[in-house]
Design a protein around this ligand. Sequence first.
Ligand code: NAD
Ligand code: TYD
Length: 340
Amino acid sequence: MKLLVTGGAGFIGSNFTRMVLAERLTWEVVVLDKLTYAGRMENLQDLQGDPRFTFVKGDICDPSIVSETMTGCDGVVNFAAETHVDRSISDAFSFVRTDIDGVRVLLEEFRKEDRTLFLQISTDEVYGSVETGRSTETDLLAPRSPYAASKAGGELLAMSYRTTFGTPVVVSRASNNYGPCQYPEKLIPLFLTNAMDGEPLPLYGDGLNRRDWLFVSDHCRALLHILESGEPGQVYNVGTGREHTNREITEAILTVTGADRSLVRYIDDRPGHDRRYALDVAFIERSLGWKPEIGFEEGLQLTVDWYRENRSWWEEIKSGKFREYYRDMYAERLRDSRGE
Ligand code: NAD
Ligand code: TYD
């Protein structure tokens, strides 16, 4: 199997590429990544020199680079995306471009040859905020942020190629991931690194929004199952079926880092903030025999260990352009914040 992994220099894509090369010894991986602010060559450093690994810097919206890199590939796993909800609220353009039009460019190239599978990585956010019960794969999509709407557009487009052209497309919808190499704009790495530095932990609203937290290696393993045994035309939810409020996550981070609880700040909420995501994962468990293996406490400990051992990775990010982003996103809200 020769796989094209787009977005492979990002958080989940790099963990997935590492798992594939370590556990599928005959497979080759070509990573295509634009190296946006979120894509980091350091995430793939240990794989350089592996003859089964190739890296190409390029944009999935560029048909010529996509054509060049997809040559000879049997399967495509599309992780490439703009991924942060808060950034999508500030400016949706790059989200619509990459998360929808980029998928079109990949699909057009994919269907030129006889290939095995196009795996479109989607998200539980396409279901919208789920007040009660759990989302199943056949539920109607009701995305509420520009990020979620763009991801819904991307996966619907992918499935339309299945219906229209018979393209072997499969879609996965995972819950919130956490683990090594996650860019520190997202809740867990932001709070972990802020706690290690004695900086505030800015909780949005009342801190009672709920998410299903999935350790990244569990997600990557599910994707391997889907690649090897998934059925074209299917959608697979990937999550743990358990949920935590953001306050609970914050408590766990205070405990594991030993940081002082006076760091916790309640700040103005994110506009349109989805209250709850919750997945029904019975289908992937039943049809592919996948189950998450890492519980939240263990996963958080593994994550803290990684951020402790890789301080230079996140200090370089946080001392660069991220500072401007952080100031624009948080400075005023932190001035008006309240503690517990
Ligand atoms: P990330 O932001 O860490 O990485 C995204 C990667 O895509 C980066 O390496 C970036 O350089 C690359 N990229 C962006 N635009 C590109 C373009 N136009 N062409 C080529 N490369 C481009 O994201 P992540 O958290 O690793 O998420 C990966 C995928 O998983 C995304 O599709 C996301 O929607 C999905 N997902 C993420 C989560 C989560 O909790 N992180 C949960 C469910 C689904
Ligand atoms: P995030 O990691 O941005 O993922 P998503 O919004 O895609 O689920 O946020 C996870 C939860 O944490 C979400 O309810 C928003 C909240 N949050 C905060 O309270 N403060 C923060 O600084 C961030 C980044 C997120």
